[in-house]
Design a protein around this ligand. Structure first.
Ligand SMILES: Cc1ncc(COP(=O)(O)O)c(C=O)c1O
Length: 179
């Protein structure tokens, strides 16, 4: 999906927390908790009831960056995995793309790509084989338009967890088809 730049929010992301005089705000000054409730019993607790940082709290970002080694410091926070899944799919998929997902599985993985205009094949986990990922079926289903294979590990509700070897096999398969 191609989204046009959202200039107002991009400008505010870059400058609004740094500016000495912010002439661009879209709302009046925020009240604090005490302004609103005049609550003496919670003297220590007086947060400003305002928007936070648009791409996430800086302190939290710093803490997360300490946990991961990555060259890409662009972090975006999501309200749960569901929203992260949606961001990835909205960003990478276009109408007409082909997607592979698995059953039984999390409905978002096949319904959301469908709602974006993608064709989705939902393959069965191998129940007789301890709910293994169906590699043969994946290989037989991949086509020129396949853009994404969506899975969770551990999977919900089968609990299927990929071994390192299986991840490597899947990654190789994806790389060789530019998925
Ligand atoms: C595979 C999978 N992805 C995402 C979610 C949603 O996660 P969240 O509640 O963090 O948005 C679930 C919830 O059950 C899930 O099973």
């Amino acid at each position: 999906m191609k989204l046009n730049d959202f200039y107002c929010e991009q400008w505010m992301t870059a400058y609004e927390k740094e500016a000495v005089y912010n002439m661009t705000d879209t709302s009046f000054s925020a009240l604090s908790f005490h302004d609103l409730f005049d609550s003496k019993s919670l003297e220590e607790f007086d947060p400003l009831l305002d928007y936070g940082e648009i791409t996430g709290d800086r302190g939290l970002k710093k803490e997360i960056e300490r946990l991961y080694t990555t060259n890409d410091r662009a972090l975006t926070f999501c309200h749960g995995a569901l929203e992260g899944n949606e961001h990835v799919m909205s960003t990478l998929l276009e109408p007409g793309d082909h997607v592979i997902a698995f059953r039984p599985g999390y409905q978002q993985f096949y319904e959301y790509p469908r709602s974006l205009g993608c064709t989705v094949d939902v393959l069965d986990y191998e129940e007789e084989n301890g709910w293994k990922l169906p590699f043969d079926a994946i290989e037989n289903t991949i086509c020129e338009k396949t853009k994404m294979i969506v899975l969770a590990s551990p999977a919900n509700p089968t609990g299927t967890t990929l071994t390192l070897k299986e991840w490597e096999r899947l990654i190789e398969l994806c790389k060789s088809h530019s998925i």
